[in-house]
Write a protein that binds this ligand. Sequence first.
Ligand SMILES: NC(=O)c1ccc[n+]([C@@H]2O[C@H](COP(=O)([O-])OP(=O)(O)OC[C@H]3O[C@@H](n4cnc5c(N)ncnc54)[C@H](O)[C@@H]3O)[C@@H](O)[C@H]2O)c1
Ligand SMILES: N[C@@H](CC=O)C(=O)O
Length: 486
Amino acid sequence: MTTPNLSQLKNQSLIKQSSFVNGSWLSSKNSFDVVNPFNNESLLQVDDIEITQVEDAVSAAKSAQQAWQSTTAYERAAQLKKWGELLTENLDDLALLLTLEQGKPLAEARGEIKYGISYIEWFCEEAKRVYGDTIPALSNSQQVIVTKHPVGVVAAITPWNFPNAMNTRKAAAALAAGCCFIVKPSELTPLSALAMAELSLQAGIPKGVFNVVVGTNAKAIGEVLTTHADIAKFSFTGSTAVGKLLTQQAASTVKRVSMELGGNAPFIVFDDADLEAAATGLIAAKFRNAGQTCVCANRIYLAESIKQPFLAIFTEKLKQLTQGNGLNDVQLGPLINQAAIDKVTELVDTALSEGAHIHYQGEASATGYPATILTNCNNTMEIAQNEIFGPVATIFSFDNEQSAINLANDTEYGLAAYFYSQNINRIMRAANQLKFGMLGINEGIISNAAAPFGGVKQSGYGREGSKVGLDDYLETKYLCLGNLSY
Ligand SMILES: NC(=O)c1ccc[n+]([C@@H]2O[C@H](COP(=O)([O-])OP(=O)(O)OC[C@H]3O[C@@H](n4cnc5c(N)ncnc54)[C@H](O)[C@@H]3O)[C@@H](O)[C@H]2O)c1
Ligand SMILES: N[C@@H](CC=O)C(=O)O
């Protein structure tokens, strides 16, 4: 077994132990441990930011805002490009750091870093495409022009499950639009964000433009970031429960708000599906990051007529996945911490008491949860209405197309949904009726910087990535020029 250790990083300058504000590394009185989820050992102690230092970060971003928004889109794009290139040069180290603090297998960590970089690459191009409008006027003596402007300082809070990409997806859009940015990553995975800050410094991004505040007092830090009058926009990725609270807080100063929240994705296999392709898609959609992904399949609806053959193929594929230390050749890493294991255990135990059966269960490492298939599930079970966030596939069945769609929509969430069918008419009927922001149709992996990522219902609002991804960071101004004579 490989011994997890930060000393394995080739570029030791990526290992940072304190918040990054105004181009400098802050020190504070208290510190906290960043723990490797595979063995629960401390990787590093990181300074726990003081609240006055979070306020300093806001002041730094505010001071840098005018100069940053006065740069041309081409200048901002060049700086972002350099940042992205440095992330690429350090891809191996960033992936190792990510696996050490988050646990996902190294191959997935590499994939996440590339995915994170793809947002930087995308937004440095989109920066050059912030267009306005001219609109036909009400009279010949008028000209009507619409211009776009950065909203101002942006603050963000991000989760532990994608410690790189959830930061670049927001930061690259904000910086490209001309907004200075402060992010509070999860206290469970601050090291990836701090390594990104070091590379922003090396890329020459001016001080105050990109700031990272790390600390354990999420509530107090969150209060500053959601209520400070000098922050114009707040962007959150995390659970729906915390998102609701932060939305309320941000209302006190009427901030622009984006919410990328939890999901409860249905995965429907219709009777005309290619079963082999559907089982491969389900392995990807369910077991990516050991099931700890907002778009992970959470409820698997199988047409009664294909249930047994599909389960046979799916179970065989699942048996091939190995679990353990993400630094070794495994497909399933640990869960993030004991609380996550306890939550999955409780959901499974409750489902069993409500009538579910264990169809398959693999072996788990001490800090993982075994890959599990539960059959005989129904929508009234607690496990059907909650994000499992673990490697547990819950199997439901249906007898006709409309009931599958109705069951899939029977959730307060609306992030992603998946379905497999080879009938184009059915595909269009289902696509039109499913109430989700993103659909994987005969596809289990939908992440793409060029596509609009986001949900409906209690999965939030706003879209990240794509040609609309800059909109949340821009104000629209209407200019009505009158009394013209020409
Ligand atoms: N929709 C998306 O794009 C997307 C992407 C990734 C994760 N998620 C969701 O994130 C959740 C998993 O992440 P998590 O467990 O880190 O979520 P979480 O909501 O517990 O925490 C997210 C962030 O919020 C902070 N936080 C927690 N309580 C806070 C408070 N009272 N005030 C201010 N900040 C607070 C945490 O420190 C962390 O940085 C899942 O629900 C998942 O679906 C959604
Ligand atoms: N997996 C998502 C992030 C949510 O967890 C993505 O692909 O962007």
